[in-house]
Design a protein around this ligand. Sequence first.
Ligand SMILES: *Cc1c(COP(=O)(O)O)cnc(C)c1O
Length: 237
Amino acid sequence: MAIAENINKIEEEIQKTCDKTGRKRGEITLMGVSKFEPVEKLEQAFNAGIHCFGESRVKEAAEKLADFKENHPEARIHLIGSLQRNKAKQAALFFDCIQSVDREELVAELEKHSCLRNEPLSVLFELHTGEESKSGFAVNNDADFNTLFKTVELVLNCEKLKPAGVMTMAPYTTDTSLIRASFRQLVKARKELEKRFPKIENGGSWEVLSMGMSNDYKIAIEEGSTLLRVGSAIFKE
Ligand SMILES: *Cc1c(COP(=O)(O)O)cnc(C)c1O
């Protein structure tokens, strides 16, 4: 039961970091990043308490997890990988949340197809806060923010889309100060979004701060993360 053991270890670390920083465990979701993993491993993780999963590819996830989703209606499945326009329909129908909204043109595509959903589709805006990743909205200056705000406005005008927060990937480095700086930039950008869009009509919010992976989730908790995207530390030996 390597996966259950891995999860127990991570849970201990999360609790320790919460205690150290005065945070509550209940305000943080531990996502299992299950891209490339067979469904048997997701079952193991589910039985060990993971109810939120992240996948990076639309078609693969929809095929792999069709039965899993039906058998576990309480499981939430998020898209965390970059989304191509021609996959927007399948993505809008399959996922509970798209974490990787990283450009304006995706919004119209997602809206077009989400009309077939019962519940609105949650979206996170992916922000570019470190050199490592190429995707995400830049948030360095007023012009950057204007581009982001314009895209948020488009989402707010969509009946079947709702903002849930922001997501980022920190640079992959052993230099923790760079990782921390990246997470702080996400927190700061969320403050700007809250200031600009304080009230969201259809149940949307800026609550989710999706940051922290296997190598940096403790730092992410210290910096305020509410959603940890952990893959290898859960699923690998
Ligand atoms: C793969 C991936 C993760 C998980 O990475 P690990 O280092 O395996 O924990 C998290 N977020 C995104 C966007 C990913 O693509």
